[in-house]
Design a protein around this ligand. Structure first.
Ligand code: MN
Ligand code: MN
Length: 286
């Protein structure tokens, strides 16, 4: 059971839907991300946090957030990919915003496929230590390190901006140029970064974008990353209509105190607030 400070309600009238995808078969290094949804739900539950966000959105009363449970992840990647897309269909059909709990980063490709069917023009903001732009890794085109190559070659995103990158290799840089990806590398992130997007914005959040000091519970410890505070500030300053989020690569086997899961909960809450505020603004305009 997930909670988010008491915000979760069981209702078909939801505007935000939480969905777990406990799948980590496409991780190139360590397994464990399949336990991510359970860890995030546990960290979100209880009296450790309330339903308010920093921008004073009340996630219990200003929206309807539901938890639709986990997607069935039996079978090969094709089957899992189909299951993810069909689980998202009813959510998107009602114009609600999905918040997907991974799983390794390979789950993002089917998630974006489903979202792009709803929003023909879609922009993506991708937080990660890694560009995940390999054509293939160890012979696998669906490795978690290839997700954004698949997304871009299929033309699913108008604009892709990657933030927090600090492990780009030459083949990934070449693909970033080929696909017109904007890399905002760790070494170049300005203070007070403000990002504007023209199209509806999907955010894909790989927990290893954060420094291992703030998020030890990831498979790839890539030092020199973002603080949780800096991430929250970037999300708060977005000029975009946020329509969905996934949070991937949380590996609870390396997160004994639950610090990484708590960071995931924080990112989910603050992003959910942006979804609510964007919806409110769109309603005021129409
Ligand atoms: Mn990733
Ligand atoms: Mn990563």
């Amino acid at each position: 059971m997930t909670d988010f400070g008491g915000a979760i309600r069981l209702s078909d009238e939801y505007r935000i839907a939480v969905l777990g995808v406990p799948y980590d078969a496409k991780s190139s290094y360590l397994r464990g991300a399949a336990l991510g949804p359970k860890a995030i739900r546990e960290a979100s539950t209880g009296l450790s946090t309330n339903e308010f966000t920093e921008k004073n959105v009340n996630l219990e009363l200003d929206t309807v957030m539901s938890d639709l449970g986990d997607v069935q992840v039996e079978g090969d990647y094709e089957r899992v990919s189909a299951a993810i897309q069909s689980a998202l269909e009813p959510v998107l059909a009602k114009g609600a915003a999905p918040i997907v709990l991974g799983g390794d980063h390979s789950v993002t490709y089917p998630v974006v496929k489903a979202v792009a069917r709803k929003y023909a023009a879609l922009d993506i903001l991708h937080f990660d230590a890694h560009p995940d732009l390999y054509d293939e890794l160890y012979g696998d085109p669906h490795s978690h390190a290839c997700t954004f190559a698949r997304i871009m070659e299929e033309g699913l995103a108008g604009t892709l901006v990657q933030v927090g990158i600090r492990a780009a290799s030459p083949p990934q840089r070449a693909n970033a140029r080929k696909f017109g990806v904007r890399l905002i590398e760790m070494k170049d992130i300005p203070d007070g970064l403000e990002l504007a997007f023209r199209n509806p914005l999907f955010i894909s959040f790989d927990m290893d974008a954060l420094d291992p000091a703030f998020a030890p519970g990831v498979s790839h410890h890539e030092a020199g990353g973002l603080s949780t505070r800096r991430v929250v500030d970037i999300i708060h300053r977005l000029r975009a209509r946020v329509i969905g989020l996934d949070v991937v690569e949380l590996n609870p086997t390396r997160d004994p105190l639950g610090i990484t899961a708590a960071a995931a909960v924080k990112i989910i809450k603050e992003t959910a607030a942006e979804i609510v505020l964007g919806e409110r603004e769109a309603a005021a305009r129409s």
